[in-house]
Design a protein. Structure first.
Length: 232
């Protein structure tokens, strides 16, 4: 019989639901292509490290230290983004942060494959890159996007749309790996996933940045033209 590993969110006292089976205390928001990658990396982090030769059961503090460092680095990056007051500049700062996250994932994977960094540092760096791409997307991108383009809408609705695509994709990736690439180890699959995500993600963000740059420039020229016409 195959071993089944079950992941579930729990409270600090070990509960998976409140009185009356209430689970409203648990957050249910997530995201998209980087969310799929982050989800896979987090779900199978221990398995990947074992396949790379790291016995986490003998040194559980190493995982805590790794994730604490990732969280601290991403938190500092987010704090710097909030210092930008201009919405258009902030939008491109968010896109740049997401692109840097994708590049970190790809660069660290190539370094690991060439033997220049250890498996432990690879897992840590793709975690940092994944969250650097994921957190700004899920927290400030849609707010800055709507503010800079003057689009009337609700950012939460956009986040929910991204969530639905992200969680569906996460399930499909995990099922696809088990059904179509069962002979490939999770560490190898994560390497291939990292390279594909880095290329596709970086190109997608670059295309989005070019589009919104051109749109912002066109909108500014239109506003200036209307202002000139009204003054004359």
């Amino acid at each position: 019989m195959r071993e089944l590993t079950y992941y579930v969110a729990v409270s600090l006292d070990g509960r998976i639901a409140g009185p009356g089976d209430d689970f409203s205390a648990f957050p249910v928001e997530g995201d998209h292509i980087e969310m799929i990658f982050r989800d896979y990396r987090d779900n199978y982090q221990v398995d990947v490290l074992k396949q790379l030769g790291y016995m986490t059961a003998e040194n559980k503090a190493s995982l805590t230290n790794m994730e604490f460092g990732v969280a601290l680095a991403v938190l500092m990056s987010m704090c710097l983004m909030y210092l930008i007051r201009d919405n258009r500049r902030a939008l491109f700062a968010v896109l740049a942060a997401v692109a840097v996250g994708f590049l970190i994932i790809g660069a660290s994977t190539l370094l690991h494959m060439s033997g220049m960094i250890s498996g432990f540092w690879w897992v840590a760096l793709i975690g940092f890159g994944g969250y650097l791409a994921y957190v700004p997307y899920n927290s400030v991108l849609f707010d800055r996007l709507m503010a800079s383009t003057h689009f009337v809408g609700t950012a939460v609705f956009c986040i929910y749309l991204a969530d639905s695509a992200g969680y569906t994709g996460s399930c499909l990736v995990q099922l696809g790996k088990d059904l179509l690439a069962a002979q490939t180890s999770r560490a190898e699959f994560l390497q291939y996933f990292s390279l594909v995500l880095s290329v596709v993600g970086t190109l997608s963000i670059a295309a989005g940045g070019v589009y919104f740059w051109r749109r912002g420039t066109a909108d500014a020229e239109l506003i200036e033209r209307r202002s000139t016409e009204s003054s004359t």
